[in-house]
Design a protein around this ligand. Sequence first.
Ligand SMILES: NC(=O)c1ccc[n+]([C@@H]2O[C@H](COP(=O)([O-])OP(=O)(O)OC[C@H]3O[C@@H](n4cnc5c(N)ncnc54)[C@H](OP(=O)(O)O)[C@@H]3O)[C@@H](O)[C@H]2O)c1
Length: 339
Amino acid sequence: MQNERSNLQVLLARHPDGVATAADFTTRETSLPEPGEGELLIESHYVGLDAALRLIVRDSDEFLFRVRPGDRVHGSIAGRVIQSNHPDWHVGDFVSGSLGVQRYALSDGSGLERCDTTQAPLSAWLGGFGVSGLTAYFALFDVCRPQPGQTVLITGAAGAVGTMAGQFAKMAGARVIGTAGDDDKCRWLVEELGYDVAINYRHAGWFERLREAAPERLDVVFDNTGGDVMNQSLKLIGMHGTVLLCGSTSQYTEEAMQGPSNYIWLGTMRARLQGFVVFDYAARYAEARARMAGWIRDGRLKLPETAVEGDISEFGAVFEQLYRGVNRGKMLLKLPAAV
Ligand SMILES: NC(=O)c1ccc[n+]([C@@H]2O[C@H](COP(=O)([O-])OP(=O)(O)OC[C@H]3O[C@@H](n4cnc5c(N)ncnc54)[C@H](OP(=O)(O)O)[C@@H]3O)[C@@H](O)[C@H]2O)c1
């Protein structure tokens, strides 16, 4: 049982062998940090479960971040300031940031975001109103720029980014096709999020369904997963189409990554394969959020999330569920402190 005046942090116990399990993580109890001059203390309410954390399996500096056994696990939290010696942050402020997976976090304010919960609920600042939604917003509206009547394919459509990208593509007037890993999720994408067609890529014949759904080919492939689904979709890319490399979830745990062998279609169709990183747009986050807040108010934009309630020590077990695709929208761990 944890002492009330102590902190609980989640550490990597060992490098996962492919898919991470709860046993790959452990916890450490430390004393509750005391903020010094210019510092503040935050109590975590939500922890975001990020697909990119699967890269920890790689134990390499080549990717986004490296976590070694014994290190605190990298992750974003959203919570409330409970003590402050910082002039810009006050007790009661809602904040989010990349502060590691822990119940309490000390900060000097750098990299911290102020969460205006009148724009969107606190949890959404880690998902649809946070990096996932901003990724979908800029990748879709700034890079892919689908025109009314064009056809957009979104892979990983039921995930945190895909659920937002699909809604934005509909707002742009496109016809939107999504791929997801189970029939219920596919139904939900159509009935709740407005996707025109959703295809379960685990069924044999999925590619034929995609071909039928896109008789005039695909103007945009917004790719979150890489692997076979992305590779097959290249056969249907349209003239001057865009294949946006948002993420490669299927490859993060693969020792030998699989490249797209159907790239020849990109040449024939004068199409482009476009990389993308949301952090390049940091100066425009407020502008995007102002528009998104308006759509939320008007009921035009949903912020899907799957929040599992539990203590911080359950992080590993919840992370494991992400590999099974149980999430609809952003996967979150909702801590007891959340209101
Ligand atoms: N470029 C950027 O700036 C940026 C920013 C944020 C995120 N990303 C990337 O964008 C991608 C999507 O992120 P997200 O937060 O939406 O992810 P997410 O919510 O974790 O969704 C991932 C979904 O991918 C599917 N999936 C799981 N394992 C898979 C596999 N082996 N092969 C194919 N699909 C699999 C699952 O759905 P199904 O069961 O339905 O397949 C799962 O629900 C990730 O690769 C992430 O790293 C990029």
